[in-house]
Write a protein that binds this ligand. Structure first.
Ligand code: PGA
Length: 264
């Protein structure tokens, strides 16, 4: 069974006290939910990770990093490596977010290195991929997605579908208010799933959660989740507002289909 993942990416937002207040409120809310099949994730800035983990220790909330260094350790000022994240019990990390690609010139090769570092340290990677606006306009979305997948996952062995998450985020939809229609997103999610089937195995591919990201809000999430290959969301802006994030979770809890992949 595939998990439905509701992942909030806070990026470089929130003060310490705002963070603590949000996480406390969220863990109280989660205590009242039956979360079977739904995984709530929050990616706060690095400096708050340890406190967020301590605050959510008794809850099902997963606290994730927004990024990780591609290096093992050493003289890389300002960087944080996977071993450090593992040593403070961070279980997941995003990698390949389009803002890292754009503002820090990260390539698919660098993202592959990050993937290896995370896997070597037992963290679950949330691998972000997606096409730019001009690539969609040129009609090369599929080529771009397949190239990202083949480069990032080159010679990477995967067998446990619950140890990897893929997030499809069309770059033109991030923070712009423009969302891919559920059908547009489904087409790419299916392409990703078929690529996983071709390169790994069907039972593995059937159980990998593939998230959509890009201007998700409570009023468009339900239709996205209706699609057979969309298994949750990676949410920026809306995850900063407690009520919106709670509403997104409630939509996921309501929509969760025990065995969404039973007929794929
Ligand atoms: P957004 O961001 O929801 O604000 O578009 C998504 C993301 O960057 O992951």
């Amino acid at each position: 069974m595939r998990n439905t993942i509701v992942a909030g990416n806070w990026k470089m937002n929130k003060s310490y006290s705002e963070t603590v207040g949000f996480i406390q409120k969220l863990t109280e809310f989660l205590d009242s939910c039956n979360l079977t099949g739904v995984i709530p994730v929050i990616c706060p800035p690095y400096v708050y990770l340890r406190d967020c983990i301590n605050l959510s220790r008794k809850s099902k909330l997963i606290i994730a990093a927004q990024d990780v260094s591609s290096r093992v350790s050493g003289a890389y000022t300002g960087e944080v490596c996977a071993g450090m994240l593992s040593s403070i019990e961070v279980p997941y990390s995003l990698i390949g977010h389009s803002e890292r690609r754009e503002y820090h010139q990260e390539t698919d090769e660098v993202i592959r290195e990050k993937l290896i570092r995370l896997m070597d340290n037992g963290l679950i990677p949330v691998v972000c991929i997606g096409e730019k606006e001009e690539e969609r306009e040129q009609g090369i979305t599929s080529e771009v997605i397949l190239k990202q997948l083949t480069t990032i996952f080159r010679d990477i062995e995967l067998s446990d579908p619950y140890k990897i998450i893929i997030a499809y985020e069309p770059v033109w939809a991030i923070g712009t208010g423009k969302t891919a229609t559920p059908e547009m997103a489904q087409e790419v999610h299916l392409l990703i799933r078929k690529w996983l089937i071709d390169n790994y195995a069907t039972p593995f591919a059937d159980n990998v959660s593939i998230l959509y990201g890009g201007s998700i809000k409570p009023d468009n999430f339900e239709h996205l989740l209706d699609q057979p290959d969309i298994d949750g969301g990676l949410i920026g802006g809306a995850s900063l507002r407690f009520d919106d994030y709670r509403d997104l979770l409630q939509i996921a809890l309501k929509r969760k289909i025990p065995d969404k992949n039973s007929d794929t």
